[in-house]
Each structure stands twice: as structure tokens, then as C-alpha cells.
Design a protein around this ligand. Sequence first.
Ligand code: Z2T
Length: 834
Amino acid sequence: VEASIPEPQRKAWLAHQTSGFKDKDGFETEVVRHVETTLARSMYNCDEQAAYSACSLAFRDRLILEWNRTQQRQTFADSKRVYYLSLEFLMGRALDNAMLNIGQKDVAKAGLAELGFRIEDVIEQEHDAALGNGGLGRLAACFLDSLASLNYSAWGYGLRYRYGIFKQEIIDGYQVEVPDYWLDFNPWEFPRHDVTVDIQFYGHVTKRTDDNGKTIATWEGGEIVKAVAYDVPIPGYATPSTNNLRLWSSKAASGEFDFQKFNSGDYENSVADQQRAETISAVLYPNDNLDRGKELRLKQQYFWVAASLYDIVRRFKKSRRAWKEFPDQVAIQLNDTHPTLAVVELQRILVDLEGLDWEEAWNIVTNTFGYTNHTVLPEALEKWSVPLFQHLLPRHLQLIYDINLFFLQSVERKFPKDREMLARVSIIEESQPKMVRMAHLAIVGSHKVNGVAELHSDLIKTTIFKDFVEVFGPDKFTNVTNGITPRRWLHQANPRLSELISSKTGSQNFLKDLTELAKIEHYKDDKAFRKEWAEIKYANKVRLAKHIKKTTGVDVNPSALFDVQVKRIHEYKRQQMNIFGVIHRYLTLKSLSPEERKKFQPRVSIFGGKAAPGYWMAKQIIHLINAVGAVVNNDKDIGDLLKVIFLEDYNVSKAEMIIPASDLSEHISTAGTEASGTSNMKFVLNGGLIIGTCDGANIEITREIGEQNIFLFGNLAEDVEDIRHNHTYGSYTVDPDLVKVFEAIEKGTFGEPNDFMGMISAVRDHGDFYLVSDDFHSYIETQELVDKAYRDQEGWITKSIESVARMGFFSSDRCINEYAEGIWNIEPLAVKDQ
Ligand code: Z2T
């Protein structure tokens, strides 16, 4: 393993080799020690769960040494740090990743084998850390991996939810949510009971004038909740750098109980107070691309932001620098608007607590923050009601009004007498009740605003943030196309493909510089290489087929075309179009003679993804997929020609198994609605082809891999608005093939038709907002092209190899380097300096 780690990283790493295991015996000694002491068990009753725990503890010990050294190195260097503030970190499992990033999975495999365990079974024991909903949270996790791997001084800040995203069970075809209590045993976190911050809520503001005539505001009263830090080490790949993810947990301020109440006999209320405090970090809100405006969510946001800023400011103050140097030492990235209160909180710290002038403070604030927007969907843009703000954070509301006043004055100077413009850009929406527009606050409080793919970044400049481009000029708005970490999404998820690639590129350096993938294109006509390529895909499909059999009882043929759509269930992502397409295919097959059917390309349509618990339409889509599966999978006429599978509880660790097994994946959002998408990149990196719309990062993927290697269809983003307008005001007919699909559903082919009428009438009666009917024909036609292309297996393999070879751009390393240079103004820290 060591020999495969690229120079010069290997040298730097070896120089710090206090941390690795010497050999498998050294590893085994540590595992046995942890079983016998930390876990207090004997090796004679060490099951797989105990082996997982001990193995994790052994690796954790190694990580923590490097974690300490990295923190020391960063402190001595005293250079700029970046702080990534995200309400979600969708980390998945840690053990496999730690073993691979440290470069000692082989040692562990050999050691565990001697102790009587298969490493795959041990890895499977780990519960996913699922502190996120979907793309946004997983992006944050990929960024942490890249920041550590590239030796940036970087911290993540988030919330330590007691319950992550719910576990999904499918019962009688319906989604049922089960709480995800994941903290029973988590060896990857370190409680820092000495790192706590008191966080204030509610109360009131008093103002007085000091001797110089300056107004001093004081926020008093209310209640205090304690934030306790939990640290999670983030190992870089093939580097000793181990960064920190700090997650805050809430606790009652006055210890476990309110002893006054306790002693006066009010035991129940003292417990209730404690529980109320702990509620703040209790549960992740399970909405993807939807804002529900709940008070507890605002409390979570302030709790986390205030604790993180206190921590950041405390660290800055240790360097005894002047405040004006703050932005030279600190860059803070806002992952969507969720942490936007940080803008106001830093201004409050500087003005109210540190006594800086407004102007000077505001300069520091705006030079510190960058804001990443992840969506244009209006229902996802955060707004908080002014009365709620007034109640929970009275001083912050005042500061927001002041920030808005100065901002609107500057707009007025640039656009005199344009009252409409002022109303449009104001941070306060003049509705009933008034609302604080968090995106506006984030733009005004940051020096850079970025979208996450080219089309998306263009769209925000021409639609939702158009006025701000006029106010601030175009240079404030930029694009950083998303990326994924090739360590988890190639090396870890698809070890055989990673191995094959390294055998052709000559080393594993492509995992550090993904553009080296280009080298494999020289082998695209090499017979042995192509054979191995196809065998790996087949083996991955066999593994998934086994999982399908085990979890659903359905037999699928691994030689069929595996067609996968796994992502959160959302109308804009159009799983409904996919399942309507599947029904169309079923009806077509039924109408053919047995002879004609034989010419058909067998397919397995695989779905997976969670619906937000309150999202009725998304749940209906899940129900229809399962209902169609129940009919199709048991139809003797159909056999292996078509199977429909819904995989329960899609999450990061399942993605690691599903993605390498796909032939075709679907990224079919209505053009202009998916900001980027990141699973599209993961599928292509694993040799799968894509059927997709001209949306998000699909466009840049096409540019990189070539139009001949992707199946694009559907209307373009630029035409969507007109089409919608025509739905409402013009003539409008549903696509004839789709009409037949609806008729089949309404006849009861898939059970009670009323269960699915919401989906049908959204298209037929309610304006088809997501253009399902408009795109249906070209979707079906393109699926036929896919069938044809797949029957030419040699051609398909060529497309697959070419695509992978050209995916270098989509590494999150490239993405992080763009943020570092264009937004954070920060350089990697040399590791040899220690
Ligand atoms: C989310 O996962 C995304 C956007 C959001 O906007 C919220 C959530 Cl929870 C508020 C996704 C986008 O839908 C997806 O296109 C993008 O690839 C991903 O963020 C990362 O940028």
C-alpha cells in the first residue's frame, strides 16, 4: 500500500510515520487491546460488531495523533483559515474511508483475517453518519475530504443532531419514517466538555449613550443554552493532514438540572427545561429544497452560528492582531443561506461587544463571508417572519434593519427614485407579516456569491438575483461547478475499477489529480483492458442483484440493462416521468407477441430515495413505483424483460454499492431546476452512462465527455417559461402516449386508481408545472436509443471508457482549489514545515 502512494506525498507522510501501524501484527495488537480493555470483552466472544468497534478505535488512535499535529502545525503557521459553515454534513461511514486515506486498509484486511473476520463484513457494521438530506450535505462532506487532502487549514462547523435523516421503510408500498438514533456507539467523535459557549435567546435590548455621544446597545435577559463541542477528525488522502469538523450539541445551561426548581420540589419542570434545551440539536429537518419557516429551525441556526463565531473569534483573538486583519486570517463560507445569521452575529460582536465603528465593522464582515447558493426554486428560499425574529433575536433584528437602511441608501444613490428597485432588493419583504429575506442578507453581507454549475450561476444572475448584479456589478457573482471526491466515489466504492485504472496510469496519483484519468483513453481499444472493464461492471451488478434479492425478494438478471434513478424524491427531479415511462414500456411489451418481445432489451428499473415526511406528492410517487413493481415483477408474460425495484432507505453507504452497478442513470429534472446535481458525476466516474436533460452539471459533463457519450433529451431551460405560460393561457394537450399510461392507471392496472390521481391531475388539470407531458415523447424516444446503443455492447464499452477518462474536471479537489483562489484567498499549508 505504501508503495502505491504517490511521491512526494509518500515521503512527507513517512517522515511523520509515528501514526501508522508498523504491520498487521502491530494492528492486531491494537485491536486485541481495544477489545479486551476499551470494550471489556474477551477475544472469545468478539463478534463482528465488536471487531468493528475495536478496529475503529485502533484507527482512531492513529488519526488523532495526526489530528493533533495538524492543529499544531496550523497554529504555528498562523496563516489564514477557512471555515465551512453547513447545517448538513452527510458523511456516511468513516472506517473504510479512514483506512484508505491513511493507506493501511491492506494491513487491516490481513490483520482482521488472522483474527477470523472478513474486512467487508466488519465495514458493514458501521451506521452511516447521516446528518444531511441530499446533495447539499454530501457536497459539504466531499469538500472536507478535499480540504484535508489538499492540506488546507480548514474547519467544518455544524450541528451534532441526535437524529439524522430518518430511516425509510417501505411497508405495503408506502414510505414509513423511523427515527435514526445513531449515537449509541460513535467512536469517531470526541466530546470536548471543556469547549462550551453560552448562547442567548429572547430577552430585550436597552440602548444608552456613552460619554462620546455614541449609542451602546445591550441585549439582556432571555434564556441561555449551552453549546458543547464534539470534534470529528477528517483524514486527508495520502497526507498526514487531519482536519477538524466541529459539531455543536445543546445542553441546559445550569448543568443537568435546574437545582433551584429541583430542591423546591419542582422536579418535573427542571427536567422539562433540560429537555427543551436539548431539543435544539435533537433532529435534522428532513426537507430537501424546501423552507418551512419553523421557529425551532431558526433556533438551530442561531445556536450553531453563534457558537461557531464565538469559537472563530476566540481563535483569532489569540493572535493579538488588529481587527482589520480579521479577513486576512479568516474566511467563512456560507453553505446556502442557513448560516446567514453569522453575518449579523459578527457585526454584533464587532459593534456591540468590541466597540468598533459601524463602517469598520461592516468592512470586516463583508470581506470575511462568501455565500454559495444551491437552488433557484422559490419554495426553498429562506424567509423568516419579522415578529418571530423580534421575539427570538431582538438585537439581530435591529441590526438587520440598520444593515438594510445603509444598503438601501447606497442603492438609492445608484438608482435615484427607483422605488420598485428598492422594494425588490430590500432585505425586508413588505408583506403581512413582514419577512426577512435571508438570500438578500447573504448577498449584501458577502464579498462573493457563487452558484454551483455554469447554467445555475447564469440563471441566478438573470433571475432571482438580477437586481443585485446591477447594484453590485457582475464581478461579485461567480460560478464554482460542484465536484465529488474520487477517494470515496471511485477508490472506496469501486476498488476493482480503481485498481484497473492505476494499473494503466502507473500509480494511484490519479486519486490526487483526477485529470490523470485521461491516460486510460489510450487503452480504449485494448482487448484485455476492455474485457476487464466489462467484467468489473458485471461483478458490481451481481453484487447489487444479490442485495435486491435479499431486501425485496425479487430476482433480477445481472445481464439486463440496469437503469437507476436514486436521489431525493421531488417533483422537479421527475421520478414520476420515469415511472410513467416504465408503465409505457410495460404496456408496449404486453401488446407484443411472444416472438416480438424476444427482440426487446431486458431492463431493470431501479429507484431509491426519501420523500420529505410532509411531501404528499413525493409519497404518492413512491407508492406508484411500488405498485407498478408489484404488478410487473409478477407478470409471467414479462419475465426478465422488465423489473421494477424500489430500494429502501437510500443513503451514502447504499450509494457506494448502487452507483458502481449502474449501466444507465437518470438525471431528468425539468431544465433550469436542478442547480447542479452531483450523483450524475459519481455515476459517470464509475463507468455508467447518463440519460438526462440539459440541466445543472449535465451540461458541463456533456462538454467534457462528448455528446456521443450521453443521452440528452427534452426542452431547454430558456424555453420553460414560455411553455408554462402556454399551459395556462394557450392550448394544451397531454402527450398521446402519456394519455395511454394514465388510462392504464385509471383502469386499476396498478391497484386503486384514486391513490395516484394527484400525479395524473398535476399533469392533466393543474398546468403540468414540471413539463412532464412536454418532455415525455422525447424521453421515450431517447430511451429507445439507449436500448439500441446497449445492444451494441462494444460500442457501449467504448462510451463508458471514454467518459471515465474525461471526468477529471469533476473532482472536488478542482472545485476546492477554485474556492481557495477565487473566494477565500488561501493557499495550502506545506506539510514539511513542521
Ligand atoms: C440540496 O440538497 C440542494 C439545494 C438546496 O437548496 C437544498 C438542499 Cl438540501 C436550498 C442541492 C441541489 O438541489 C443540487 O442540485 C446540488 O447539486 C446540491 O445541492 C449541491 O450543490
